[in-house]
Ligand binder design. Structure first.
Ligand code: SAH
Length: 395
């Protein structure tokens, strides 16, 4: 099969020779023909050597590389990619295991599938396209996925209304590409059950990326008064309950999130009076009622989605953490996170450092946390690293 060709300016193949999987528009000398957004293109250096194959797109990233080998991008290609992604998760017992049936099966560049995210919740895969290229082949992808996962997956739900480039004007509908009749909206994570609303919930419905960090929290929860800020589905709250916390309070500004949290607590800990949830602004809640806790979790939404608002975001993290340091009891433990991709590990730590200085308390770092193995970072694509956290002991 032959694809449209893109020729790079002299020397602009350098980052691609280091397997960085993006071609920036400024690196392109010319295209043969007029490849449309979403089409597969071949990329050549100025000496006409083949460099890569990828999905063409409009914007500063002009090509997202699918392969550095010259090979057909056909059904077998997608099956091989999904197979590799599946094997990693299977090794970790995140798929088809009695205590775990939820994980991220595909994490974009981390699985050599740029522009694609797939989360598994029991027998449902929720697929999210971030590029036109992936959107156009969504039915083929669903088929390949089903072929690899067999009976493990009955439903493939496509949810890309909000993730595709706005300017492409695709009118993508959220819909089942496969199945949709036999849907069980309960995911099991480390033996805990969570009701997932992938149709109406945020992102694909659940934040599977905090699994390992929730497990760590469980080990610290015993006998503590826990405050889970930005609780969404109550993930951290359920682990704190199982870890024998004395009380667990969950806070989120969204009433829907609070309803989900209450439902998940009821599912796992029926009639347990240790838990209470509050629909309130996190800053206000901490300010007014934050004095009683000795384990606090701060897992806010991404404060910076773009580089130009980075400074505001860093101030946001400083302010939030300073408030927690001011309020947390002596001997308290703070789990604090940032999921903003544009905020580096270093910058996040500096914000927390400034907050610590402001509080003048003695603070130690106990753990430095990351995203889990089902969100693997392609070593040639450091941009894939986004979740960072610190566990701090506050005297
Ligand atoms: N910790 C969660 C994920 C958090 S997602 C988990 O483990 O799954 C971020 C959450 O922050 C969302 O549910 C959103 O409703 C909530 N949120 C955003 N701004 C807020 C604010 N100012 N105060 C409280 N909650 C807020």
């Amino acid at each position: 099969m032959s694809y449209a060709k893109i020729h790079l300016k002299t020397g602009k193949e350098e980052s691609l020779n280091r397997y960085h999987p993006w071609v920036f528009s400024g690196a392109i000398h010319h295209a043969e023909g007029q490849p449309e957004e979403g089409e597969i293109v071949e990329v050549y250096d100025s000496r006409k050597n083949f460099i890569a194959l990828g999905h063409c797109q409009i914007g500063s990233i002009a090509v997202r590389v699918l392969s550095f080998e010259n090979q057909p991008i056909d059904e077998q290609f997608w099956i091989r990619r999904f197979e590799q992604a599946y094997q990693i998760r299977k090794n970790l017992q995140l798929i088809g295991a009695p205590h775990n049936n939820t994980c991220r099966l595909v994490y974009g560049e981390g699985d050599w599938l740029p522009g694609l995210v797939v989360d598994l919740y029991g027998n449902t895969a929720v697929m999210q396209a971030h590029t036109v290229g992936m959107h156009l082949i969504r039915h083929d992808l669903a088929k390949a996925l089903k072929q690899v996962l067999g009976d493990l997956v009955e439903n493939v739900y496509y949810k890309s209304e909000d993730t595709l480039p706005y300017k492409a004007d695709l009118d993508a509908e959220n819909e089942y590409l496969t199945g949709g009749q036999n849907v069980s909206p309960i995911a099991i994570e480390n033996g805990l059950q969570f009701q997932i609303d992938w149709m109406k919930g945020q992102k694909t419905g659940f934040f599977v990326d905090q699994r390992d960090n929730r497990s760590l929290l469980e080990r610290y929860a015993h006998g503590r008064k826990v405050l889970n800020m930005f609780c969404y589905t109550g993930g951290f709250s359920c682990y704190a309950m199982r870890g024998n916390a004395e009380i667990v309070h969950s806070v989120d500004s969204s009433a829907k999130a609070i309803a989900l949290t209450n439902a998940n607590i009821a599912l796992n800990f029926p009639d347990d009076k240790r838990h209470q949830a509050f629909a309130e602004d996190a800053f206000r809640y901490l300010e007014q009622s934050g004095n009683d806790y000795d384990l606090i979790i701060l897992d806010p939404p991404a404060f910076a989605k773009h580089r130009d608002v980075l400074n505001n975001a860093l101030q946001g993290y400083r302010k939030l953490n300073a408030l927690a340091f001011e309020k947390i009891r002596s001997g308290g433990i703070l789990f604090t996170f940032s999921c903003s991709q544009v905020v580096s590990k270093q910058n996040f730590r500096l914000s927390v450092f400034s907050a610590a200085m402001q509080s003048k308390r003695k603070i130690r770092i106990l753990h430095q946390l990351n995203q889990p193995a089902d969100h693997p970072i392609n070593i040639y694509h450091p941009e894939g690293e986004y979740l960072k956290g610190l566990v701090l002991y506050v005297e």
